[in-house]
Design a protein around this ligand. Structure first.
Ligand code: 5RP
Length: 224
């Protein structure tokens, strides 16, 4: 199976996973990226089962709207029944690295508002220790150099993601060379740096379940 076929399989599995949780007034949190795009496309097939969605990026919002799914402002919603999104890495605790698509801050907000986070990923994202994928950090443009120097002090090698401006008008530093043995501590530590909006570690609030696409089928994994 190709990586895209594995992504499609987990997107389809996510539809089956969330269906029993939906009511006609339910609002769903929807993520960003190629795996999330497959999920959005399948979501169009069951749009009569829920009321609308909050999207973690302008791109996902556009894709949802094209399918006739109502997209709501997060501020008008008190709770999302479920949030479905991909990841760049997951460890067995379902601590994640996200933000490869630069949507990490809105993803964290959607995750915060959601009752349950269902992560969907192909098996290439599964790791024992996070950090092979460079950790994205969203930064206020004026603080870019300062934050980069602080990240070097933490042992990282930050690289400016040239030409990328987030939906919030900020920039991204991708931090290489991190062996993330304590993801919760590092998530909190980086968020303390002045000028950081947030970082792509989802460890303080990890995924609740991971649907992992493997050559042997989709595995439903709970945090260790
Ligand atoms: C976007 C993300 C994505 O979930 C992550 O990059 C995975 O993307 P893909 O499904 O394309 O592999 O965090 O900011």
């Amino acid at each position: 199976m190709t990586q895209d076929q594995l992504k499609q399989a987990v997107a389809r599995a996510a539809i089956e996973y969330i269906k029993p949780k939906l009511f006609s007034d339910s609002i769903i949190g929807v993520g960003t990226g190629s795996t999330a795009n497959f999920f959005i496309d399948y979501l169009g097939e069951i749009k009569s089962l829920f009321s609308g969605a909050v999207a973690s990026s302008d791109a996902s919002a556009e894709r949802l709207k094209k399918l006739g799914i109502d997209v709501l402002d997060c501020n008008s919603v008190s709770e999302l029944v479920v949030y479905v999104d991909g990841a760049d890495e997951s460890n067995p605790y379902l601590h994640l690295i996200k933000g490869g698509g630069a949507a990490l801050t809105r993803e964290k907000i959607v995750r915060a508002v959601s009752k349950e986070f269902v992560c969907i990923a192909d098996e290439s994202k599964w790791v024992d220790v996070l950090g092979k994928f460079p950790l994205p950090v969203e930064v206020i443009p004026m603080a870019r150099s300062y934050v980069a120097r602080e990240l070097v002090k933490l042992g990282g090698a930050p690289v400016y993601r040239d030409g990328v401006v987030t939906d919030n008008g900020n920039v991204i530093l991708d931090v290489f060379n991190l062996q993330i043995v304590d993801p919760v501590a590092l998530e909190n530590r980086i968020n303390q740096i002045t000028g950081v909006v947030t970082n792509g570690l989802f460890a303080a609030k990890p995924a609740d379940v991971l649907l992992l696409g493997t050559k042997d089928g989709v595995k439903t994994l709970l945090p260790r």
